[in-house]
Design a protein around this ligand. Structure first.
Ligand code: HEC
Ligand code: HEC
Length: 403
């Protein structure tokens, strides 16, 4: 079972959403801050600076010198690679007291040895390049399987479109052609240029909202400012991209306001903003490549393009070969021990002011999945400039579950 996929904070059989954890953490804390986080809150005021893992966490011996966001992604990577939940390596009390993540357990110590082993393998045999990762051996399982599987050898391979890589003579149309087709498919340059902003409302449902639908708002202004607000049961999560910088203020992060980390997070936020007004999509990324074999997502065949974001993140864009519309974005975030993917699937395109917009998106990452559905989109409305500036740190409320 791919438990790592679902439940970042879960114990076997019991899914405990982060927000529930925070609610418990809050009990008896007049400051309203979760345990283990309060002490680090001063960092939140200087949100342009990346906060390092060892400044926030108590017992980090190897994964040092990386921003908190990357540390979080690293834990997501490990959990996905070995098919584990957080509490397979951490004591269960971590779920109600964030500080207990610092406790060592036999499996956590084993994992630390494995990190050192992988570093040594790469150092000794691959000139220090990150070639071997946890996933190379574990491939989503607790114990690597030493004996080849005949079943797997003789079964038809299940093709994962995320794994397609460039091949010689792929015979696919050039990137410019696929991008041009996409621009036409969503409405064409003329209609796109008439759309300069929009405000949308809808619902968000994810592991961090007890898998319940909560209100969601999105504010976007051309060329590429974008703010997303999720009203979770335990407070408001805000992600802002102001055209070049970005921040996330979230109640379920170990620090209540963090700058988006360069790489997947920042480049991903920029691409999402660029995709809201896609007339200039060919400028959104650099180093476009189109030499991928044609592949499929479910029963839809797709053309794959790849490009690189301004801070180095690799992204793959999947275009429906029939409609020309964007079906998926896959972006890669580099962590200290491996690369983690984040996948956004776009669906239910509807016309707003003559422009086709995806009313449904599903975001999938190593430790969670969220479904966002738009209900209403108002095109070309004025949005106050302060919507796109650094947000205030997220404040935990204790409303508990909405009815
Ligand atoms: C396979 C084992 C394993 C899994 C699964 C795992 N971790 Fe860890 N975790 C570690 C190890 C090892 C360290 C210590 C790293 C070091 O010393 O550099 C650590 C450290 C941490 C810390 C720092 C605690 C402190 O104060 O020092 C936090 C927080 C954390 N993990 C959270 C998580 C979360 C959240 C998950 C689930 C997404 C998770 N971990 C899944 C092995 C694991
Ligand atoms: C070169 C192959 C290889 C790589 C790479 C590798 N492991 Fe392992 N790992 C193993 C093997 C083999 C075992 C089982 C050993 C045994 O049976 O005692 C294991 C066992 C483990 C266990 C203990 C499982 C249990 O329940 O006893 C953990 C935790 C673990 N690995 C985590 C990791 C992490 C985290 C990484 C990446 C930093 C990693 N491994 C990378 C080969 C590897």
């Amino acid at each position: 079972m791919k438990r790592g996929l679902l439940a970042r904070w879960s114990v076997p059989g019991v899914v405990v959403p982060t927000s529930a954890v925070l609610i418990v953490l809050m009990a008896g804390r007049p400051s309203g801050q979760p345990a283990g986080v309060a002490a680090q809150r001063p960092e939140a005021t200087d949100a342009a600076r990346q906060v390092m893992a060892e400044e926030v966490f108590k017992n980090v011996q190897l994964l040092r010198g990386i921003p908190v966001g990357e540390f979080w992604d690293t834990m997501g990577f490990i959990a996905a690679a070995v098919g584990a939940n957080c509490t397979d390596c951490h004591v269960e009390e971590s779920l109600i007291d964030l500080e207990r993540f610092a406790d060592d357990t036999p499996r956590k110590r084993r994992a630390r040895q494995m990190i050192a082993m992988v570093n040594a393998i790469n150092q000794t045999h691959f000139g220090g390049a990150r070639v071997v990762t946890c996933n190379s051996c574990h491939n989503g399982g607790n114990r690597p399987e030493p004996v080849p599987s005949l079943l797997r050898q003789y079964s038809l391979p299940l093709e994962d479109p995320n794994l397609v890589e460039p091949v010689p003579d792929a015979g696919s149309p050039p990137a410019s052609e696929t991008l041009e087709r996409y621009v036409q498919a969503v409405g064409g340059t003329e209609r796109l240029s008439a759309l300069t902003s929009f405000v949308a409302s809808g619902t968000y449902r994810g592991y961090d909202t007890y898998d319940q639908k909560v209100p969601y708002e999105i504010f976007v202004k051309a060329p590429n400012q974008r703010t997303v607000v999720v009203h979770t049961q335990n407070g408001i999560n805000t992600t802002v991209f102001d055209g070049s910088r970005g921040w996330v203020a979230a109640v379920d992060r170990p620090v209540p306001l963090l700058p988006l980390a360069p790489g997947g997070e920042l480049d991903g936020a920029k691409l999402e903003a660029d995709l809201a007004f896609p007339a200039g999509i060919s400028q959104a990324l650099t180093g476009w490549r189109a030499d991928f074999p044609i592949t499929a997502i479910g029963d839809r065949t797709v053309h794959v393009l790849q490009g690189t974001g301004a801070t180095g993140a690799r992204m793959k864009l999947y275009f429906d070969s029939e409609s020309g519309l964007l079906a998926r974005v896959l972006r890669y975030t580099t962590t200290m021990i491996g690369v983690v993917p984040t996948q956004i699937d776009y669906d239910d395109y509807r016309e707003v002011a003559g422009v086709k917009m995806p009313f449904k998106r599903i975001v999938t990452w190593t430790s969670g999945q969220a479904t966002i559905e738009l209900i209403e989109v108002q095109p070309n409305v004025p949005i106050i400039a302060s919507r796109f500036t650094q947000p205030a740190p997220a404040v935990l409320t204790s409303q508990g579950l909405r009815p």
